[in-house]
Structure formats: structure tokens, C-alpha cells
Design a protein around this ligand. Structure first.
Ligand SMILES: *Cc1c(COP(=O)(O)O)cnc(C)c1O
Length: 241
């Protein structure tokens, strides 16, 4: 008997991806001896339409990651009734921190003390502390943002300590893209080891995208940020950051 898509029943194209990715995240977690509930899926929605986000939300997805404030604001307005949680995952610019501090629940890309100070100052008192990750430039590529040197990372971790309106949760990285699972894991392992060396209250490893999330989960990712594998290709012609 032939085993094919017909045996899966009438799954509509484009509506089954969340279930598929969720199942793969669970499988990768179990293969690594980890509890699937310890890995959460952040839908990286830059360049995706509001309609596509509504469809994903209707299937239960709550956490969305955006890279550009000017793209996120109209999406937040259109989806305001859906009780979503918004994560800023793009390159942080000082002139955008006020909107980020006011409208997002998480920022994954803090890479300088000055940005942490601004976010802390601008986080409104009526909101809970802003959950933050420090972005680490694991590959050292000049085109990437993120902290490169261990001493700068230690300084930035220390800079968070007095900032009561921020909660440092852990580290984020976008290692060099490679199809080789061993090389993928090597980059993620470095981030895990860096987090372990800063033991304390840090509980978050934000790492893994459409192409390498299984390797990231094998190395301890607690948040995977997945765009194209979840939504299909991005509609807008913007470079990923
Ligand atoms: C775009 C983006 C992602 C998702 O990338 P995909 O390849 O679409 O899964 C994850 N993290 C960051 C920081 C991004 O900018």
C-alpha cells in the first residue's frame, strides 16, 4: 500500500505547518532527552501578512517575533484583540527603544549597556518588567549584531543588575547558517556554554531558525524563532537581520 499525503486526511495547505513544526519540535526535544514543554515556538513574522498571522493565531500560536518597529505597529493594532505576546528580535536602534519598551513583552537583541539603560528608563511602570535576552555574535561575522567578546558580555550582564524595569532572561544568537548539523550544533553549544558560565537566574536560550532548530533544541534551546518554515516565504523584500 502506498503511504502518501492522502493518508493524512484533508489537511489544507498552509494550515498544517504549525502542527507539523510543533510535532518536529517535540520529536527533537524527546530525541535530546528533553521535555517538549520546555521549548517554546516564537513565530518570526517579519515580512508576513496580517492574514497569515491571524490564521496562525487561530490555530493557537500566541508568541510573535518582529524585527522592525514600523512593521510591527500596524500588525499590533490589527491584532489587538487576539491577546498575543510580542517579541522584538531585530537590530535595536536607540531611537526606537521607547516604542519597544512600551509595546513589546520581550526583546531578544540587547547588545549594549546604553540600550538596556534606555529600555529600563522607558519601560512604563504599569507594565511588568521587560523580558530581555542579550544577543551574542557567536560567529564573529562583522555583518551581524551582538556582543562578540566574553568581557563585553560579562559587562553587559552586570549592567542589567540595577535595572529594575528589565528582567534579563538569557542569551540569543543567530550563528552562521550552514546545512551541516555538526557545525550548527557547535555554534549553539557555544551559546549554551556561555549561558552556563553566567549561572544564576538566566533560563533562556533563544536560538534556532527554520533551517537549524533541531540542532538548537539538541543543544538546549528554550525558544526557537521560526519564520519561513511556519509561514512560507516572506512577501517583503527585506534582508533578515
Ligand atoms: C527572520 C528571523 C528569524 C526566522 O528566520 P527563518 O529562517 O524565516 O525561520 C529568526 N530570528 C531572527 C533574529 C530573524 O531575524
Amino acid at each position: 500500500m502506498q503511504v502518501g499525503a492522502e493518508n493524512l486526511g484533508p489537511i489544507k495547505l498552509g494550515e498544517s505547518k504549525l502542527g507539523l513544526i510543533t510535532a518536529r519540535i517535540a520529536a527533537a526535544s524527546r530525541a535530546a532527552g528533553r521535555d517538549p514543554a520546555a521549548v517554546s515556538l516564537l513565530a518570526a513574522s517579519k515580512g508576513q501578512t496580517i492574514d497569515a498571522m491571524v490564521r496562525l493565531a487561530a490555530q493557537g500560536q500566541r508568541a510573535f517575533g518582529e524585527n522592525y518597529v514600523q512593521e510591527a505597529l500596524p500588525k499590533m493594532a490589527a491584532l489587538a484583540d487576539l491577546n498575543l505576546s510580542w517579541h522584538f528580535i531585530g537590530r535595536l536602534q536607540a531611537n526606537k527603544t521607547r516604542e519597544i519598551a512600551t509595546r513589546f513583552s520581550w526583546v531578544h537583541s540587547v547588545d549594549r549597556p546604553r540600550l538596556a539603560w534606555r529600555l529600563n528608563e522607558q519601560r512604563p511602570d504599569h507594565l511588568p518588567p521587560l523580558d530581555c535576552c542579550i544577543e551574542v555574535n557567536i560567529s564573529g561575522e562583522a555583518s551581524k549584531s551582538g556582543v562578540v567578546h566574553a568581557h563585553a558580555l560579562a559587562d553587559l550582564v552586570a549592567a542589567f543588575r540595577p535595572l529594575a524595569r528589565l528582567r534579563l532572561r538569557g542569551f540569543m544568537a543567530l550563528p552562521a547558517l550552514t546545512p551541516d548539523p555538526d557545525l550548527q550544533r557547535a555554534g549553539f553549544r557555544r551559546l549554551r556554554e556561555l549561558l552556563a558560565s553566567h549561572a544564576g537566574a538566566l533560563d533562556t536560550l533563544s536560538m534556532g531558525t527554520s533551517v537549524d532548530y533541531a540542532a538548537a533544541i539538541a543543544e538546549g534551546a528554550t525558544i526557537v524563532r521560526i519564520g519561513t518554515a511556519l509561514f512560507g516565504p516572506r512577501g517583503r523584500d527585506r534582508p533578515p537581520t
